[in-house]
Design a binder for this molecule. Structure first.
Ligand SMILES: Cc1ncc(COP(=O)(O)O)c(C=O)c1O
Length: 407
């Protein structure tokens, strides 16, 4: 046999979203409302720099050495302690430290998905999760959360459920408490793995946090957690994304399998990042940054909603989310070509997220995911004004009904 082997067939299903985002990043003065990026001015960089220098100097064998695959024992324990404080009886054997939420998704895919297995999601859902699962060739089914009485039936037909109960990416939707309870009950009743992907759980802008699926699943249970919820947490949206630290909290037998899978992925997560995370947890850096992040992002959420009202309300509808990083804008015209709009937006100097990549089953109409955490009010306004111009451009090209908007 001669010639180079073909690329693996699962690659045919990939979308070019990330490369489009990256390719556009170099365009001068582009307003990027496509990504899910935090504002770097919030990062406690000075303190992290001090701790990093000290860790490398004082503990080089740890900071610059290999770490255990499951994570530094003291970090696993510190993460477990945080969940115990929320009433979940977990120890270090329930915790896996990962290279952030993305690796947690990849590892769970490696361990639990085989070709053809069914994943139930509340669509539209996070494209990055589907990207992580894609090499395992799963099938997807929609999980209609508006019918709690049907959740057990839907779960019985699925091998795995994937949920983002706190401010879903892309929709910003918050799953209410009765639905959370119904999801957890159904997962226990049918004994189905239930992923709770929770990077946005700290970003509540308008009220107290609801209990998570893991907390509800562990309620009233004194024994160490062994239930069906696979909880994924991450530093990315509550401290800094660049350390690439996240974690999985789950039943110890699943954690052991994830450790086996991780061995062949990266042997261990970055030890220096883990030491920085440990120090951040011990010093309360997350708690210190939290009120600043909430105040800034709450203000920007309002600023984006107001800019949308001023510039694109003739074309889109939306709800104002009570947390997270995104507003999901649904097009009024069901024939709007979102991919053309994204390209037209780049021409006008704004980058928006096309909704279709989050909706592989094509269940929702044309939509955009708009981020409000990265840019200040003035930039958000400029971005929406440019989006209105892009909408007019494609309306002119496609003879769509003309709407009134001006920069
Ligand atoms: C729902 C969801 N899960 C997981 C991630 C992965 O983030 P990270 O790998 O930075 O933890 C993201 C990032 O935006 C996300 O929105």
């Amino acid at each position: 046999m001669t010639g180079r082997a073909e690329f693996a067939s699962w690659l045919e299903g990939t979308n070019d979203l990330t490369s489009r985002f990256v390719g556009s990043a170099g365009i001068a003065d582009l307003v990027n409302v496509a990504g899910g990026l935090p504002d770097a001015s919030l990062f406690p960089s000075e303190r992290l720099a001090e701790i990093a220098a000290q860790a490398i100097r004082d503990r080089p064998e740890v900071a610059l050495g290999y770490a255990p695959t499951g994570g530094l024992p003291e970090l696993r324990e510190a993460i477990a302690a945080r969940y115990r404080a929320r009433g979940v009886n977990v120890g270090a054997s329930n915790v896996l430290v990962t290279a952030s939420g993305t690796q947690a998704l990849d590892l769970v895919g490696k361990v639990l998905i085989e070709p053809g297995r069914r994943i139930a999601c509340d669509f539209p859902t996070y494209a990055g999760a589907m990207d992580a699962f894609r090499p395992r060739e799963p099938r997807y089914q929609d999980m209609d959360l508006s019918r709690p009485d049907r959740l057990a039936g839907a779960m019985a037909r699925a091998d795995l459920v994937y949920m983002i109960p706190n401010f879903s990416n892309p929709t910003g939707k918050l799953v209410d408490l009765p639905t959370r309870r119904a999801l957890v009950e159904a997962a226990h009743e049918t004994d189905t793995w239930l992923i709770e992907d929770d990077p946005y759980g700290a970003l509540y802008y308008d009220g107290p946090a609801l209990p998570g699926l893991l907390e509800l699943s562990a309620e009233g249970c004194d024994a160490p957690y062994d239930g069906p919820v696979i909880h994924m947490g991450s530093l990315s949206k509550q401290l800094v994304p660049g350390l690439r630290v996240g974690w999985v909290i789950a039943a110890p037998d699943l954690i052991a399998k994830l450790v086996s899978a991780k061995q062949a992925t990266d042997l261990c997560s970055n030890a220096l990042s883990q030491l920085l995370t440990l120090a951040a947890l011990e010093e309360g850096m997350i708690e210190e940054m939290h009120p600043k992040a909430i105040a800034l992002y709450r203000e920007r959420r309002t600023a984006l909603a107001e800019a949308m009202e001023r510039h694109i309300s003739d074309w889109f509808d939306w709800e104002i989310p009570v947390g997270g990083m995104f507003i999901w804008a649904r097009a009024k015209d069901p024939s709007l070509d979102v991919d053309r709009l994204v390209d037209a937006g780049v021409e006008r100097g704004v980058l928006v997220g096309p909704g279709n990549v989050f909706d592989p089953l094509g269940l929702s109409g044309p939509a955009l995911r708009l981020n409000f955490t990265l840019n200040d009010a003035e930039k958000l306004d400029r971005g929406m004004a440019r989006l209105a111009l892009a909408l007019r451009d494609i309306a002119a090209g496609a003879r769509m009904p003309e709407a009134t908007a001006a920069e």
